[in-house]
Design a protein around this ligand. Structure first.
Ligand code: IMP
Ligand code: MG
Length: 185
């Protein structure tokens, strides 16, 4: 049974509780700390959805690293340009010769991550890996490597813990299924 929680007028169906997310992040943090011990690591958050995850993930790590952010926007409204993505805020740090871990909120079609990885590769990092909180294998269009993942989910739309619907719900401490058909905006 999924618990219901209210948020304003909305009743949200909880998919992952705050405790489940915390537990998973601890596991990921210690795996990453072990795997990257002694190497020069840059954690890259993909704005804006991954911010909450990145903050908690990095606080669960026990090795030194640098943090940077990148922001991309999609042109997916136009059918013929699906997967065309543009960088709207680039990294401040150089990643050449560094070990890079890209931190995503969710890998869905894989189109944005695919683009991002191709772009980052041209900067010649020593290593380039991906950590995502959520993974939707059923929606994949482009094959992308997912080296660390929190949870696999089916083809549903989710909000909370950084994930939004029209910029709302990011601050929920849990992840909930969201029925977009009920909303007009
Ligand atoms: P992609 O389809 O893998 O390129 O995912 C693109 C982006 O869409 C993700 O990074 C999220 O920001 C967003 N997204 C995909 N699925 C969901 C969802 O279920 N809820 C909220 N945002 C989503
Ligand atoms: Mg995103």
């Amino acid at each position: 049974m999924h618990e219901k929680k209210s948020y304003g007028e909305d009743q949200l169906k909880v998919i992952f509780t705050r405790e489940q997310i915390e537990e998973k992040i601890k596991e990921l943090g210690s795996r990453i700390s072990k795997d990257y011990a002694g190497s020069e690591l840059i954690m890259i958050g993909v704005l804006r959805g991954s911010t909450y995850f990145l903050v908690d993930l990095t606080r669960s790590m026990s090795i030194p690293f640098a943090i940077d952010f990148i922001s991309i926007s999609h042109y997916s409204e136009q059918a013929d340009s699906a997967g065309v993505v543009r960088i709207t805020k680039d990294l401040d740090l150089s990643i050449t010769g560094k070990n890079v871990l890209v931190v995503e909120d969710i890998v869905d079609t894989g189109l944005s991550l695919g683009y991002l990885l191709r772009n980052l590769k041209t900067r010649n990092p020593a290593g380039l890996k991906v950590c995502t909180l959520l993974n939707v294998e059923a929606r994949r269009i482009v094959e992308v490597p997912v080296d660390y993942k929190g949870f696999d989910i089916p083809n549903i739309f989710v909000v909370g813990y950084g994930l939004d619907y029209n910029e709302r719900y990011r601050n929920l401490q849990f992840i909930a299924e969201f029925d977009r058909s009920r909303k007009s905006t």
